[in-house]
Design a protein around this ligand. Structure first.
Ligand SMILES: Nc1ncnc2c1ncn2[C@@H]1O[C@H](COP(=O)(O)OP(=O)(O)OP(=O)(O)O)[C@@H](O)[C@H]1O
Length: 513
């Protein structure tokens, strides 16, 4: 069979540094080919070369269905060739309907007098969606449909835009924001698309999902393809060895149960837009998890405690004193740190250096006699970035040039540098590779061992069960369950999160993790 895509000797350098080093890769029609590797190994750069965003170094060749493509590509030509790219930010307009979102990219059908022909539009959208078998209503608003369906609409829109059935679909962490039940729905749609002959490159750090959906997997390490293998018969450990070159079995010891510690944070009847009265406490040195479905109000609690959203009611006590936290400055002043869920808008400053991003909230230690000791600041930030494994090892680099996972590590370094008394982590290992995840978890444990109280929002229930002393399950705006000791298992968290959901929603292996 002719290969759908055959890439040979693909290299890419930035200012003389080679980040892709002669990569070869191939994709068959109808194949789902996972691309894995540690943060910064070059996955996004590889994809951007195919998308025509980056020009590869001379010497590469790309063949599509047996025909050689002239390099470099540009975005319009990549699209015309039948490449479609689905990024984590789907780029849909939530207030518009499904059909308007699709029509926006390929132009509206017009009838007499150039009026938009809604019936024709509806038909075209229904046609574009039919291939996915998801039964999505073209007239539904994007904001009102499940997360998985939004991804499906984004794929239908990408295919509609390329004006022909897509030949290569590239998905970048498509399940990152999906609740558990939605993952299966998306996977069903992906299998249907594959059955029609579309080849897929599927970038993800979620190894369990790769084992479920992919036919083959390729691992990159430091810009080099270190292996391609069929997924059938593989276990998670095999994937880990492919990615990091060794086994990580010993890195995740479960946290021992502990006696109730001295209270640090006490929250009573905290209400917001989603929360209808949450009451809980976090003790010194305690790691408390918050579990729930997407939009269950977990992140809202994080925002209210960090002063990013005023509570609609309730009381927050910190070290026994009632406090009003009117902004992040006041939160920081109290000793509350946050690693936000959305690192792109709330997290880092892309144009500033990595060092400046880490040191920003507190430069005081480096001011002496009215002068900022820049060299000293940079050395201290370098040491910190090294401790958190930020790559590349140059804190003078622009933050925006770091890979997604390394940006996340830098933001965690920034929050932990201030040694907060309460550290709120909202999806801290999202987009972070398996080795770095183990390191971040170790750092969280170490911070707790020094007495920091940790409030952890995480969609990976396995991680919550391993890392936390207690897990609070949010449902319908309230804390529906509290799990600790022997009851604190992934299975039990799943059951509590999905209680009241349709039967089967909490089936084992159904979690977005
Ligand atoms: N525009 C750029 N300028 C300089 N260096 C860059 C640029 N874009 C990427 N890099 C570097 O290229 C390397 C590969 O980054 P890339 O984003 O491809 O990694 P990745 O495998 O996608 O990582 P992640 O899993 O964290 O998303 C990194 O060291 C990154 O800092």
């Amino acid at each position: 069979m002719t290969k759908r895509l055959e890439i040979r000797n693909l290299s890419k350098s930035f200012s003389g540094t080679r980040v892709l080093k002669g990569v070869s890769f191939d994709l068959m029609p109808g194949e789902i080919h996972a691309l894995v590797g540690e943060n910064g190994c070059g996955k996004s750069t590889f994809i951007k070369c195919l998308a025509g965003v980056h020009d590869p170094d001379p010497g590469a060749s790309v063949t599509l269905d047996g025909a050689a493509l002239t390099l470099p590509l540009d975005p319009a030509r990549a699209l015309a060739c039948g490449f479609s790219f689905i990024h984590q930010d789907l780029g849909l307009i939530p207030d518009l309907t499904v059909m308007d979102n699709i029509a926006l990219v390929r132009g509206f059908s017009t009838g007499m007098g150039w009026r938009i022909d809604r019936r024709a539009e509806r038909l075209r959208a229904a046609e574009a969606l039919a291939a996915f078998g998801a039964g999505i209503d073209p007239e539904a608003r994007i904001a009102d449909i499940p997360q998985a369906d939004r991804t499906i609409v984004a794929i239908a829109r990408a295919f509609a835009r390329s004006g022909r059935q897509g030949r290569v679909l590239v998905l970048d962490e498509p399940t990152a924001a999906l609740p558990a039940a939605d993952v299966d729905r998306l996977f069903d749609a992906l299998r249907r698309i594959a059955a029609q002959g579309v080849g897929m490159i599927y970038v993800s750090h979620r190894l369990q999902e790769i084992l479920r959906i992919a036919d083959r997997v390729t691992a990159f390490r430091d810009g080099v393809n270190v292996g391609t293998a069929p997924v059938a018969g593989m276990a998670e450990g095999d994937l880990v060895r492919m990615i990091v070159g060794r086994s990580l079995d010993a890195i995740h010891p479960p946290v021992a149960a502990r006696r109730r510690p001295a209270p640090l944070l006490q929250v009573r009847d905290l209400a917001g837009r989603r929360n209808r009265g949450a009451s809980f406490a976090v003790g010194q040195g305690e790691i408390v998890g918050l579990a729930g479905l997407l939009a269950s109000g977990r992140s809202e609690i994080a925002r209210m405690l960090f002063g990013l959203q005023p509570p609609a009611g309730g009381e927050i006590r910190f070290y026994g004193h009632t406090v009003a936290i009117r902004g992040p400055g006041e939160a920081l002043g109290l000793g509350i740190g946050l690693v936000p869920e959305d690192r792109l808008t709330l997290g880092g400053f892309r144009e500033m250096s990595v060092a400046a991003n880490i040191s920003l909230p507190d430069l005081a230690p480096f001011w002496r006699r009215l002068r900022l000791r820049a060299g000293e600041e940079r050395r201290a930030m370098q040491a910190l970035a090294d401790r958190f494994g930020v790559r590349p090892r140059d804190v003078g680099a622009r933050f925006g040039t770091l890979s997604g996972g390394n940006q996340q590590k830098a933001i965690i370094a920034r929050a932990m540098r201030l040694e907060p008394r309460l550290l709120i982590l909202d999806e801290p290992v999202q987009g972070v590779d398996i080795g770095a995840k183990a390191e971040i978890h170790d750092l969280v444990r170490q911070a707790a061992a020094r007495g920091t109280g940790i409030l952890l929002v995480d969609s990976d229930f396995e991680d919550l069960a391993r890392l936390c002393h207690r897990v609070l399950v949010l449902r319908d705006g309230r804390i529906a369950a509290e799990l600790s000791g022997d009851a604190l298992t992934r299975r039990r968290i799943l059951e509590c999160v999905f209680a009241g959901q349709p039967p089967g929603a909490a089936a084992d292996g159904d979690v977005a993790a």
